[in-house]
Design a protein around this ligand. Structure first.
Ligand SMILES: CC(C)(COP(=O)(O)OP(=O)(O)OC[C@H]1O[C@@H](n2cnc3c(N)ncnc32)[C@H](O)[C@@H]1OP(=O)(O)O)[C@@H](O)C(=O)NCCC(=O)NCCS
Ligand SMILES: CC(=O)OP(=O)(O)O
Length: 317
């Protein structure tokens, strides 16, 4: 079964309720129809101007309380809650839905803020970041052409600790959603000392930290991407590597590299890019690219539904 089919089948077993707040967008409406027809999840479809006035009142007060320490006024709280993305996040907070998926018509920054401000940070993880599930047709690399790429959406210039934490969160998501054994490549423009400089040093430090945090995780760095995913190149450039050119998780050094790389792979390979799947929040949710297809909305919803199960079981997401 390919990765997309597997994700849809797994989601169907969960029967979770996911909020899609951008009901004004035709791609989101089409996805909602498909998701419900296929039994992937139950959907709460929202639209600006059609929100429940009682809940607006309730969530305005709640949002005001949550953000009071930042000095916001009630008026600002109400304006925020009138935005269906924030209202949808509040539905999740209040337990009326299990997760939300937005970003077809909202920037990543605003979707992340809805998650951060309404749901909050999972203290066990502490870092909010994101990853993509990438599927590349006719590709022998990774997990039969499936990879996880991170962070391509949230942290512009991660610290070494954040890089290690992003890798851990992505590995965890890969295990839970795709059932893979993670093999992490910490990417750079150098393979094990073939170049030097402060950017490379940072990746080395992050790799060492990751080894300490998760001694059983298969990880190697710093690696160029060819040494990470092409076994022949790995044999030449990096013999003895624990992942031997067979990485399925690609950890990018910063958001510029990650965001550019995921869009290039998606567009040039005619592959799929599911995400940015937000990690480190107390409930599962997903952002989308404004360039997404209706299938991307549907499949990010399926991934979010699968992740809800682990949140219920108290295992983190
Ligand atoms: C995630 C994001 C929205 C946070 O923005 P923000 O709310 O303005 O961030 P702030 O610096 O004001 O921090 C607000 C709070 O959240 C916390 N926070 C911010 N980013 C965080 C992260 N990645 N992980 C954990 N906590 C975070 C801060 O520590 C702060 O906590 P405090 O209120 O207790 O002091 C921001 O990092 C962002 O916009 N990222 C880029 C997204 C983007 O543009 N992507 C484009 C390509 S997809
Ligand atoms: C993830 C991302 O790049 O989102 P957008 O294309 O909407 O900026």
């Amino acid at each position: 079964m390919d990765a997309i089919a597997l994700i849809r089948e797994k989601a169907k077993k969960q029967s979770k309720t996911i909020v899609l707040p951008e009901g004004h967008d035709p791609r989101v409406r089409k996805a909602a129809e498909f998701i419900q027809q296929e039994g992937i999840a139950k959907v709460i479809l929202l639209e600006k101007g059609k929100l429940d006035p009682k809940k607006i009142e309730e969530y305005t007060e709640l949002y005001y309380q949550l953000r009071q320490h930042k000095g916001i006024a009630r008026e600002e709280a109400q304006q925020t809650v009138l935005n269906p993305v924030f209202y949808g996040a509040m539905l999740v907070r209040q337990g009326l839905a299990d997760g939300f998926v937005a970003g077809a018509d909202t920037t990543t920054s605003d979707v992340a803020k809805a998650g951060l401000y309404c749901l909050g940070v999972d203290r066990r993880i502490a870092t909010i970041s994101s990853c993509f599930i990438m599927t590349v047709p006719d590709c022998p690399y990774g997990e039969g052409g499936t990879f996880l790429f991170a962070d391509c959406g949230i942290i512009p210039d991660p610290t070494t600790r954040q890089l290690a934490q992003i890798a851990l969160s992505t590995a965890d998501l890969g295990r839970k959603v795709l059932g893979i054994t993670p093999k992490v490549a910490m990417l750079s423009y150098s393979t094990k000392g073939s170049a030097s400089g402060r950017f490379i040093e940072r990746i080395r430090e992050a790799t060492a930290m990751l080894h300490e945090m998760a001694p059983d995780l298969a990880v190697d760095g710093e690696l160029q991407v060819d040494a990470a995913i092409v076994p022949d190149v790995a044999r030449h450039k990096n013999p003895g590597s624990p992942i031997q050119g067979d990485a399925n998780i690609l950890l990018f050094p910063n958001l510029e590299a990650g965001n550019i790389a995921y869009k290039l792979v998606e567009r040039l390979s005619k592959g799929r890019a599911l995400g940015p799947l937000l990690m480190g929040l107390v409930k599962p949710c997903s952002d989308l690219s404004r360039g997404c297809s209706w299938e991307d909305v549907a499949d990010c919803t399926a991934v979010t539904a699968i992740r809800c199960q682990y949140e219920v079981e108290g295992e983190g997401i």
